[in-house]
Design a protein around this ligand. Structure first.
Ligand SMILES: [Zn+2]
Length: 305
């Protein structure tokens, strides 16, 4: 019986089949995709509607994701190190975010979060006694342990008029948290901290009517409402993706604009200060020609802001 070598025949048939395939079905779409470390490769679609997916080599995938991570780390470190100062209270040279056109995206990590022991906010962010209250006041007794809300690095510690003993911590995303009126500061500038580490003891130093924590969150020196990110009552982080727009800093515009009141019959300084949510003291400061005993003239213009 004659032996037939099947191998060349097999090779020939594979060759002609693939030739046939490539002739009949052209690639109409081809795209390299990087979705995740276990899902990256080339997608091809042939004109007969058949899609194929060929994964990349592991080395290519690792290189790609490493480059993304290092770029992200570089961006992060740039934001984190920008205008770093342990001697200046506000180091960002007057950046005003109320006029910005773009949005700022910041990520927050709920695993890197510690909520202060207090679940009670008794003075919110907003106008108060003719000024902007740039943070929230929460319950904290003299000597109570105070911990940092996120991990980060201590940027500034000092006694500051109004704030009293103040600790400012900068976090990796560029946000800064302010802790004011402390009895004692237990950290030093440039100290690295994990979320929940002790930073000081509660107190009533500075402009505080009784012991409490005055807490602020700022981005590039611009304060916004801490309750945008923290649910004080439930001691939770409200979101993990924070978007800041000029709206969050609109309060700055409001306080920049001067405002006048035209005196009407029966007006007193006390009435006027209540009407504009300010104090007679502030009005007297803004109007050097007035004193507490001045008689107001109808039609007189008084600056209230
Ligand atoms: Zn306060």
């Amino acid at each position: 019986m004659k032996k037939i070598n099947l191998i060349p025949l097999l090779l020939l048939s594979i060759f002609s089949f693939s030739k046939l395939f490539s002739q009949e079905h052209k690639v109409v779409f081809s795209k390299k995709i990087f979705i995740a470390e276990d899902l990256s490769g080339t997608i091809k679609l042939y004109d007969n509607g058949v899609p194929t997916f060929t994964p990349f080599d592991k080395v290519v995938i690792t290189e790609y994701f490493d480059s993304i991570k290092s770029k992200y780390m570089l961006d992060t470190m740039k934001i984190f190190n920008e205008c770093w100062s342990t001697s200046k209270l506000y180091p960002y040279k007057g950046i005003d975010l109320s006029t910005m056109k773009d949005s700022i995206y910041l990520s927050l990590d709920s695993n890197d979060f510690y909520c202060s022991p207090s679940d009670y906010c008794y003075s919110p962010f907003g106008p108060r006694r003719g000024r902007q209250h740039k943070g929230i006041d929460t319950d904290l007794d003299i000597g109570d342990t105070l911990r940092t809300m996120f991990s980060g690095k201590v940027r500034y510690t000092n006694y500051v008029k109004g704030f009293g003993n103040l600790v400012i911590i900068r976090h990796l995303n560029g946000l800064e948290t302010y802790y004011a009126h402390l009895d004692k500061i237990l950290v030093v500038p440039n100290q690295s901290l994990s979320a929940g580490e002790v930073i000081g003891l509660g107190g009533e130093t500075g402009n505080a009517l009784g012991p409490h924590l005055h807490f602020e969150v700022r981005y590039k020196d611009n304060a916004f409402n801490p309750e945008k990110i923290i649910d004080v009552k439930n001691q939770k982080l409200k979101l993990t993706e924070l978007i800041l727009t000029s709206k969050d800093f609109e309060w700055k515009k409001q306080w920049r604009e001067r405002k006048y009141h035209k005196v009407k019959s029966g007006d007193t300084l006390s009435h006027i200060s209540k009407k504009y949510n300010t104090s007679t003291k502030t009005i007297l400061k803004l109007n050097k020609n007035l004193s507490i005993n001045s008689i107001l003239q109808i039609g007189q213009k008084i600056r209230v802001r």
